[in-house]
Structures are given as structure tokens and as C-alpha cells.
Design a protein around this ligand. Structure first.
Ligand code: CMC
Length: 403
């Protein structure tokens, strides 16, 4: 069938105003800022049901996994599509344990470049992952086997990097990983240099499970877009960490806690909300592109945060803020998201505020990996279009004659 194409100039308008552009005609145009509604691929990894407030990993409700599984099982599930049996778990677990250690070069580089006043832990983590990629062999081999090997290396070693950064910041020596401990136990052990309490392990476990995957979010898209050009996995994860760092995405957890500290007590919550509404400012930890109801992850986080006696004052502020913002904006579909209650838990676990998003990254690495591996099988480079709203056929003027 022949398609008639004629170049035409069209007067068009968007929210930003009218413009003229040339198109091959006929053409259908839809500009959805922020790729709202755009569909990139099919996936079995996970499902976010924004209307019902459900999050599913490979068929399982995330709440069930958070209550019953550990992080290693969930990482396996996301990557391989099934929960591991005993033998599969033992093999996966021992491969992860074997790769926990961080090369000495990374520690040295982190120690040299760490500016305690200005370096953000997410920037350091991004740099450390980049260095890990430089030190790896065969990074450009995009076979499933090799990408899985490198991805497991990142799942295993990101907590080691984060814990070392935490200790370097405090002027302490990094603690070597302990292979007798589970993934999450070892993370906390490397952080504080002592075996963690069972409650703390549970808190970090549920948090890391809840953050492990979340559809085609900004950092996952960044990871996949980088990977789809057949770039190496480390480059994809470096990009994803950069995207996750932003306060509209994972970086919100850090800002939320800073806001709680500014609010100081429940007596100031109403005034705080009124100030934000008057200035038309967003309230961090609320709202989501997909969820138009309570984020199921926030509900689980809230349940666990409510149990922490030491954080009771902060929890009370959060709870009242939650109620007031939902009363004001709930009809617009604005509810607490995963970042709203998580900071209370991370504070309790002894993480400094600017480290919060690094925990998100250490958890999301399995989702990034699972989706990169899944897309590889039907890889196609990402290449959306934009609408040119500039001019055509401008006359070139020599530099000396330009005004
Ligand atoms: N407080 C007040 N109003 C809000 C908020 C908020 N937190 N979030 C969205 N809105 C309003 C926004 O002002 C707009 O109103 P109107 O239509 O009257 O102009 C409407 O809701 C749509 O907002 P949007 O910014 O166009 O929505 P989006 O889908 O592009 O952005 C979001 C989603 C998460 C970036 C946004 O809700 C936001 O900035 N929230 C605060 C930051 C935050 O908590 N981020 C963490 C997200 S969850 C963790 C993760 O996976 O990253």
C-alpha cells in the first residue's frame, strides 16, 4: 500500500503556545510531557496498579513478599520469574556472598575523593559503580550469562560500597563483609560493625523488598535506554543511580525527613501544609504518576514505622501530615508514596539522611537488572521523537558579520 507523504507547514498549539512546524503528512501527534502514558515494552517482572493501589512482582503481591520472603529470594524472583527452591536459593546465595567484597581500588578512590562537606553519597555510589565497571572484564559482552554475572556482582557489592562510605564519613575503617550473614544482616553489620538486632534486619528487609522494582519508573527507563544501545550494564546502572538521585524520584525520602525536622512538632503541621498550599509548592513524599490512591508500599512502611518507640515523635508528625495532605489533596489522587515513611525507618537503622537514597538504589538494582535482562531478549534501541518548534531555512551569516 503506498503512503502519500507531503511536506506541509502546520500551525499547531500545545500548552506552551502556538508554533509552526513542517511534517510528513498525514501525521498523528501527541505530546505527553514526561512520556505520560507511553508504553515501552511488555514485561512479566512487575505490575503497578495505580487505581487499586497494588504492586505485583512476578505474580506475587508485594505485601506478601515483604512479610514472608527475604531480599535474596525476591531478587531471584524478579530475575528468574519464580521463587527459588532450596537448591536454587543455595546456589544464588553463595554466588552473591562470593562477590560481596569491594576491590581495594574502590575504597582508595572513595577515600581520596570524599569531600565530607560536599560529596553526596549518591554521587559517590554512582562513581563507585562506574569504577567497579572499569575494573570488570568483558563488560561489553551483552550475553544473558555475562550480564547476569555482572548484575549479581552489583547486587552483592552495592551494600558493601554504601556501608564503607558511611564509615569513611564517620572517620571509621570499612568493615569486611561476613559471608555467614544474610544479604541484609551483612549490610547492617558492615554499617555498624556489629551483628544487627532481629527487628532491624526485618525493617531493612521489608524496605529493600518494597523498593526492589516498580514498573517503568524514571531510573528503570534510564537503565533500559542505556542498555538498549548495547552499552554495558555498569553504564546503565550509573545512569539509573543518577536518575534515582533526583528529589522527584528516589531523592524524595531524604527531603521528607528534612521537612519533618523543620516541622518539629504536630502543632506546626497545619501551618506547614497551609504554607505549601499558599506557595503552590509540592509536599515531598506525596503524589505519584501511577498511584492515584494510597501507595501499598507506604502502607507497609507506615505499619513498621509506627512500631518504633524511639521515633514516635517523628512518626506522629508524619501521621498528622499524612491525614492533612490527604484531606486537602486526596480528591486529586495525591496520597503518601513509598518515600514518605521510609526515612523514619532508615533513621532508626542509623543511616544519615543523605544516605537514604543509596538504600533505595541497593534495593532497586534487582529490578533494574531483571528488566534489562528481560528486554535484552527483544532488544531495540530506544528512540522516541520530539516536535521541532524552531525555525527553518535560516540564512547563514559569517561570524564577523553577525550581530
Ligand atoms: N504535593 C502537592 N501537589 C502535588 C504533589 C505533591 N507532592 N504531587 C503532585 N501534585 C499536583 C501537581 O501540583 C499537579 O497539580 P495541577 O494539576 O493542579 O497543576 C498535579 O498534582 C500533577 O502533578 P505532576 O507533577 O504533573 O505529576 P507527575 O506525575 O508528573 O509527578 C511526582 C509525579 C511523584 C514527581 C509528583 O507527585 C511529585 O513531585 N511528588 C513529590 C516528590 C516525591 O514524593 N517523589 C517520590 C515519588 S515515589 C518514589 C519513586 O518511585 O520515585
Amino acid at each position: 500500500m503506498s503512503k502519500e507523504t507531503t511536506i506541509v507547514s502546520q500551525q499547531l498549539s500545545t500548552k506552551e503556545g502556538a508554533f509552526t512546524a513542517e511534517f510528513e503528512w498525514p501525521v498523528t501527534l501527541a505530546i505527553d510531557k514526561g512520556l505520560d502514558g507511553a508504553v515501552t515494552n511488555k514485561s512479566k517482572v512487575g505490575y503497578v496498579d495505580g487505581d487499586k493501589g497494588r504492586l505485583i512482582y512476578q505474580g506475587y503481591p508485594v505485601e506478601t513478599l515483604a512479610e514472608n520472603a527475604n531480599y535474596e529470594e525476591v531478587a531471584y524472583l524478579l530475575i528468574f520469574g519464580k521463587l527459588p527452591n532450596e537448591a536454587e536459593y543455595a546456589e544464588f546465595d553463595s554466588k552473591l556472598k562470593a562477590q560481596r567484597k569491594m576491590p581495594i581500588e574502590v575504597v582508595k578512590i572513595m577515600d581520596i575523593i570524599y569531600d565530607h562537606k560536599h560529596s553526596h553519597p549518591m554521587s559517590l555510589l554512582r562513581t563507585a559503580v562506574s569504577v567497579l565497571g572499569v575494573l570488570q572484564k568483558n563488560v561489553m559482552d551483552t550475553s544473558r550469562e555475562n550480564e547476569l554475572r555482572m548484575g549479581m556482582h552489583l547486587i552483592a557489592s552495592m551494600p558493601t560500597v554504601i556501608a564503607a562510605l558511611h564509615r569513611l564519613r564517620l572517620g571509621l575503617k570499612p568493615v569486611e563483609p561476613d559471608i555467614t550473614l544474610s544479604h541484609v544482616e551483612n549490610f547492617l553489620y558492615m554499617l555498624h560493625g556489629k551483628k544487627p538486632a532481629a527487628l532491624d534486619v526485618k525493617l531493612l528487609e521489608i524496605s529493600m523488598i518494597l523498593h526492589a522494582d516498580h514498573g517503568m519508573n524514571a531510573s528503570t527507563l534510564t537503565a533500559m535506554a542505556t542498555s538498549a544501545s548495547l552499552s554495558d550494564l555498569y553504564s546503565s546502572i550509573v545512569g539509573a543511580i543518577g536518575s534515582l538521585k533526583g528529589p522527584l524520584h528516589g531523592g524524595a525520602n531524604e527531603v521528607v525527613l528534612q521537612e519533618f525536622l523543620k516541622i518539629k512538632s504536630i502543632a506546626h503541621v497545619t501551618e506547614y501544609v497551609a504554607g505549601k498550599v499558599a506557595k503552590k509548592e509540592k509536599i515531598m513524599g506525596f503524589g505519584h504518576r501511577i498511584y492515584k490512591t494510597y501507595d501499598p508500599r507506604a502502607a507497609v512502611m507506615k505499619k513498621y514505622a509506627s512500631k518504633l518507640k524511639e521515633e514516635v515523635e517523628m512518626f506522629k508528625i508524619a501521621e498528622v501530615l499524612d491525614k492533612e495532605v490527604v484531606a486537602k489533596y486526596g480528591s486529586k489522587g495525591i496520597y503518601p508514596n513509598v518515600d514518605f515513611y521510609s526515612g523514619i525507618i532508615y533513621k532508626h537503622l542509623g543511616f544519615e539522611t543523605n544516605f537514604f537514597t543509596t538504600i533505595f538504589a541497593a534495593a532497586r538494582i534487582s529490578g533494574w537488572l531483571a528488566r534489562i535482562l528481560e528486554y535484552r531478549a527483544e532488544n531495540r534501541i530506544f528512540r522516541p521523537r520530539d516536535v521541532y518548534i524552531g525555525e527553518f531555512n535560516k540564512e547563514f551569516v559569517e561570524r564577523k558579520k553577525r550581530v
